[in-house]
Design a binder for this molecule. Structure first.
Ligand code: 5RP
Ligand code: MG
Length: 217
């Protein structure tokens, strides 16, 4: 297993606030995400601004696309994103088109796993050429008490066996990481644990230390 990366999710409602966190945290993270909330509030400019401020980082457009995969992948990658998310409920045609465009521009599609999806769907995504998925505990599910459990871990292993690289997210804190020690994780995505911390640099460092302790060689 390789050592998981750390992704900063920016789900601010203001680009100015998001960029303050980026200025503070970019040296401590590997990937920066223009979050769904930020992009809905501030538009594609959020992606452009992140690319301009962080030319060396992997940038994700977390758009959770459900249709128009080709057009939106062209827009996201054209604005500077390396990766764009498509929701698991999207038709296979949307995923195929998005993947073809992303690949032709040197980027990748990540499938956002929310709600209903099956391992047969995952095999179809893999057959289309997609290589990444995000295992997600939604904000609202978390707020209504949903915990990580053995069923999540078993499904993550099944997805890895299909060949998909997995990122994990959904209200994660450094203390949650040991739960995933048997899982081959590409990146842990953290939003509120960083943006709402009184010392966000300390929390980012704690994520990194835990990752090194658990997955370091
Ligand atoms: C929600 C998202 C968030 O970006 C992701 O869940 C990370 O944020 P947090 O750590 O605050 O849950 O995509 O749909
Ligand atoms: Mg997100």
């Amino acid at each position: 297993m390789s050592q998981p990366l750390l992704q900063l999710a920016l789900d601010h409602t203001s680009l100015q606030d998001a960029m303050q966190d980026v200025t503070r945290l970019h040296p401590y993270v590997d990937i920066i995400e223009a979050g769904t909330i930020l992009c809905l509030c501030e538009g594609i400019n959020a992606v452009r601004e992140l690319r301009a401020q962080c030319p060396e980082k992997i940038i994700v457009a977390d758009w959770k696309v459900a249709d128009a995969g080709e057009t939106l992948a062209r827009q996201a990658l054209g604005a500077g994103a390396n990766w764009m998310t498509i929701i698991c409920a999207a038709p296979l045609a949307t995923i195929e088109k998005g993947h073809q465009v992303a690949q032709s521009l040197g980027g990748e599609i990540q499938i956002e796993l929310f709600g209903h999806w099956t391992l047969d769907d995952a095999r179809d995504w893999y057959r289309c050429g997609v290589r990444q998925a995000i295992y997600h505990r939604g904000r609202d599910a978390q707020a209504s008490g949903q915990q990580w459990g053995d069923e999540d871990l078993a499904r993550m292993k099944d997805l890895s066996d299909i060949g998909l690289e997995l990122s994990v997210t959904g209200g994660l804190t450094p203390n949650d990481l040991p739960l995933f020690k048997q899982i081959n994780v590409k990146s842990f995505i953290a939003g509120r644990a960083l943006s709402q911390a009184s010392d966000s640099v300390a929390v980012a460092s704690e994520f990194k230390q835990k990752i090194a302790q658990i997955w370091g060689k």
